[in-house]
Every structure is written in C-alpha cells, then in structure tokens.
Design a protein around this ligand. Structure first.
Ligand code: DGY
Length: 384
C-alpha cells in the first residue's frame, strides 16, 4: 500500500485541499493522510474537504490529529512520527510526505519519487530550487553544520536537508519508526534528524529534482523563523559525535536543470523589517553571553546595541560563530536562543546585501562554495 501524508497546522485551506486532491487523484496512491497539529477549526475544515475528495475519488482520505510522541516542543515532528508509527503498524509499503503549504504540488512529485523507489532506492528525497534569499536556515545553519560535522560525506551535499518532501519504503519506515532519536524529535528539528537517520541505515538514497522549484508562502520579517531556526540549530548540533552515513549505500542525485526565471527574482523576506531585530530586546544576560563569542564576533555583534551592524558577518566570521554555536548552544535557554537567532539574522542580512545582490546564479555559486569551505575547516571550528 502507498500512502501520501501531509502534516498540517494552519496553512491556507484551499492550498491544503488542492494538495489532498492531487495526491488522491494519483493512481500510484492508495490512501491519503492529513495529520493535524491540533484539533480545532483548521482540522474541521480539512476534514470536510477530505470527505468530499474521498467520495469523489473513491479512495480513503483520512484526517487525524498527531499524537504526543517526542520529548521536545510538540510540533511537526510529532506529526511525522504519528504517520510513520501508523504506517509501520499497518505495513505500508511506501510512505510519501509533503509539506501542506506547497502551492505548485503536482503529480510529478509523487511520480518522480515512485520511479526511484521502483528502481530499488529505499529512500527518496525531493530537491528543488528556491529563491536566493529563501532557505536561509538550510544555507546558514543546516548545510554548514552538516559540512562541519560530517565532512566529505553525502550529508552536506544534500540539497534540502530540511525538506519535508520524502518517500520512505518499508525497510526505511520500519527502521525509522523504532529509532529513538527520531521519535524524540517532536519539533522543527525532525527534518534534520530524519535526514541523518535516512543516511545511516544502509539504504540507497535518491534525490529527485523538481525543476520548477517549491513554491510556498514567503516571509515578512525573519522573526517568523525564530523558533524554526533555534530548533534546527539544536537538531544539527545534537548530531555531533554521531555516526555518519554508511559508506556502502548508493546515492544518486538528478542532474541540475535550468531554474525558472521568475523564481530567480523573488525576495523571500522583508529586509527592512528584519534589520530592526538586531537592536531589539537585548538583556544584560545576552550582552554578557555575547562577550564570550570568539574573535571579533563579540565586539561586532555588540555594536548592534547602538545601531545596526551586520556587514561583518561574512562566511569566515560565520564559520567561527556557527562552530561556537554547535558546541555551546542550549535550546530552551532564552538567552542562548535570543543570541543565536540574532547572530543568524546578521549572517542572513550580510549575505542578502552582498552575494545575493549579485543575482541568483552568482548567489548560488557563492553559497555552494561556502559549504565546500566549511567542510575543509570542520574540526577547527567545532570545539567541544
Ligand atoms: C529553510 O531554511 O529551508 C527553511 O525552510 C526556512 O526557509
């Protein structure tokens, strides 16, 4: 049995409905699941639409709420783990996951993943172009973190380590359903932990390219990503010292394809609203913590007490900063969370107003070069 699952919370109901319909309509799919973050109006609206789609397509479209499984904040991880647990119990052969907010979701996502699974790949990940200033946690936290911790492995090479668009075949479902570190990760850290788990089980992995890109609602100020940023930072930091990908697994990634022109000119977030975050709400504890940052990072970040200062955070400074964060950051500690978020904001603004200003292609080349650079500096920066 093949299932497509969409974890959802409060995404635009019409977008969720369109995605449920696309999945239900697909001939490869036997059942569609919508996993609600909580019971309430959003769930009731999706349930109403799901029963119409189910009747029209003569296929089960189940809407259920996520269980409390993990030990972090109850979030997307509980949603994914609820579906994975249910799939393992039901003996599902293939479980696809897609984010519910994709506005250009189409049959080709499901078909591309199915084709790779038919060729014997145990896990399939979707990869897709995103605007040059989107994916800023991926580019500034997760991929550099994986580069520092697992240099030379396939982990830093994966295009979307935070992508919630994956296909697990039954051996992967079984292995992951019983992996305690995946089960524990109930928050935004789930994608990172799943990505790592998927590479360590000896399963062949395929990265399927969706050339049109993933289109979704964009952001106002980067404040909207505060919780996600700190949880993803904690997740990648938690992988320090863990075993890397199995060397004998097969890995295939689709070759690059031309990126749509309209995607190249999208501004993913509001720069001026974000600059304001740099000087906002410093506590004395955060000032003191900032003083322990390495090298010139400490005096430079503290300049923000008297006015915005972010240009200093180039790739070198960020390597130093991220290494320090990977070794010392504490999720749940308000001072650490505020400082880590502020440091990330300086990095994103510095990149946005330098490399990203040179145009999409130059920006992508620059970002990829930083990932290569972080692999070579790995151990120097991540101090225990
Ligand atoms: C990322 O960085 O990939 C997150 O989805 C936020 O855009």
């Amino acid at each position: 049995m093949t299932v497509v699952a969409f974890p959802f919370k409060s995404e635009e109901a019409s977008v969720v409905a369109a995605n449920l319909l696309t999945a239900t309509h697909n001939r490869a799919v036997d059942e569609v699941w919508a996993v609600a973050a909580q019971e309430g109006d959003a769930m009731a609206r999706v349930a109403a639409v799901a029963s119409e789609i189910s009747a029209a397509e003569a296929k089960p479209v189940l809407v259920f709420s996520q269980e409390r499984i993990g030990s972090y904040r109850a979030g997307k991880g509980d949603g994914m783990n609820t579906a994975i647990g249910r799939a393992a119990e039901a003996g599902v052969d293939r479980l696809h996951f897609y984010d519910a907010d994709i506005t250009n979701f189409g049959a080709s996502w499901i078909d591309g993943a199915e084709r790779a699974a038919d060729r014997g790949f145990g896990v399939v990940r979707h990869r897709f172009p995103r605007p040059a200033t989107d994916a800023m946690i991926t580019w500034m936290v997760t991929r550099p973190g994986l580069a520092m911790l697992f240099r030379g492995s396939l982990l830093p090479r994966l295009g979307q380590p935070l992508g919630g668009e994956i296909l697990l075949t039954s051996p992967a479902i079984e292995a992951i359903a019983s992996d305690p570190s995946v089960r524990a990760r109930s928050d935004w850290g789930i994608d990172t932990i799943l990505t790592h788990a998927m590479t360590t089980q000896g399963l062949d992995m395929y990265e399927h390219l969706v050339p049109d890109g993933k289109r979704h609602a964009l952001y106002g100020s980067l404040d909207e990503l505060r919780t996600m940023m700190t949880e993803c930072l904690d997740a990648v930091a938690s992988l320090g010292g863990k075993q890397g990908p199995s060397p004998d697994s097969r890995f295939h990634s689709d070759p690059a394809a031309p990126v749509p022109n309209d995607l190249k000119s999208i501004d993913a977030y509001d720069v001026s609203a974000t600059v304001g975050l740099l000087g906002e709400s410093w506590s004395q504890a955060e000032v003191d913590l900032a003083k322990s940052l390495p090298g010139q990072v400490a005096p430079q970040i503290l300049e923000n007490l008297s006015g915005p200062n972010f240009e200093f955070m180039d790739e070198e400074m960020w390597g130093l900063t991220l290494g320090h964060l990977l070794a010392n950051f504490r999720l749940g500690d308000a001072t650490w969370e505020s400082l880590a978020f502020r440091l990330w904001v300086t990095r994103v603004l510095a990149y946005t107003t330098s490399a990203a200003d040179l145009g999409y292609d130059a920006a992508m080349e620059y970002l990829e070069s930083t990932i290569r650079q972080y692999q070579t500096v790995g151990d120097h920066h991540v101090q225990p």
